[in-house]
Write a protein that binds this ligand. Structure first.
Ligand code: ZN
Length: 78
């Protein structure tokens, strides 16, 4: 089986497969759903051919669930 990458569009969140040769050439990707062009590392979610999931290194949004933050940490109520 070919090692197809699956990337998620940062604009519409649609996911689509990318050929590994395109991936290695680091071409900008074209979303088939909304037509957005974006560098692959701006994808919010990349699934590699081996099943690894990670956000693109240039993605600036909410990439992963943020570490636990307790809003009640600020002692407001007594
Ligand atoms: Zn899109």
């Amino acid at each position: 089986m070919a090692q197809i990458f699956t990337v998620t569009c940062p604009a519409c969140r649609g996911s689509f497969p990318v050929h590994p040769e395109l991936w290695q050439a680091r071409y900008d990707l074209l979303c088939p759903f909304c037509g957005a062009m974006f560098p692959q590392e701006e994808s919010p979610l990349i699934v590699t051919g081996s099943g690894e999931k990670r956000p693109g290194s240039a993605y600036k949004g909410e990439a992963a669930p943020s570490p636990e933050r307790d809003p009640s940490a600020t002692a407001e109520s007594m």
